[in-house]
Write a protein that binds this ligand. Structure first.
Ligand code: GAR
Length: 188
């Protein structure tokens, strides 16, 4: 049996997609979804999908071992950041080397770093007239968006694409590839 713990900060559509993907796979459990936003839509999704959802605040995350202790009790084989917008603190990274992965909605190392999330990324891609964009799934280390890359997928961008269209196309890539990459990592 393999355990996944998910972290998310907002809507959680990737969380929902991942939960659905593993629903009929008896050897993988979603142990819990952890969020730093008390009113995040991801908690409603957890409720609906009957998966445990836990909220933690800034102090618990950055100043104590509270979240680390929760993780220790859940014994994750993989920790998956799916739209989680806080930087992972050293106590978590040191305890879970090569076990924390993140998805970023661009082709890193382009359009990464602090402040680069959601539509900020897609707007920058459009403003710079990029011919392509995509997704990056990578290990999490101490530096934002700089851990070793596990997987990238690309799509074309044309000048006619709106930011919303770019976002939708990138999201489609996330839904297609993220669960499969997670499954592959768990089977190693
Ligand atoms: C996803 O597009 C993910 O790549 C992005 O947040 C979105 C979350 O959507 N992550 C980042 O920008 C991390 N820097 P969701 O809540 O609907 O899954």
């Amino acid at each position: 049996m393999k355990n996944i713990v998910l972290f998310a900060s907002g809507s959680g559509s990737n969380v929902e997609n991942i939960i659905h993907h593993f629903h009929d796979k008896p050897n993988v459990t979603i142990a819990s979804v952890l969020t730093n936003k008390r009113d995040a839509k991801v908690l409603d999704r957890c409720n609906k999908l009957k998966v445990s959802g836990l909220y933690f605040n800034r102090a618990a995350f950055f100043e104590t071992d509270c979240v680390l202790n929760i993780l220790k009790s859940l014994q994750p084989d993989l920790i998956v950041l799916a739209g989680f917008l806080w930087k992972m603190p050293a106590n978590l990274i040191e305890n879970y080397p090569n076990k924390i992965v993140n998805i970023h909605p661009a082709l890193l190392p382009k359009y990464g770093g602090k402040g680069m999330y959601g539509n900020h990324v897609h707007q920058a891609v459009k403003d710079n007239k990029e011919a392509e964009t995509g997704i990056t799934i990578h290990y999490v280390n101490k530096n934002y968006d700089e851990g070793a890359i596990i997987h990238q997928s690309k799509i074309e961008v044309s000048p006619e694409h709106s930011v919303t269209e770019i976002a939708q196309n990138v999201q489609a890539l996330e839904y297609e590839h993220f669960p499969k990459v997670i499954e592959k990592l768990l089977s190693r």
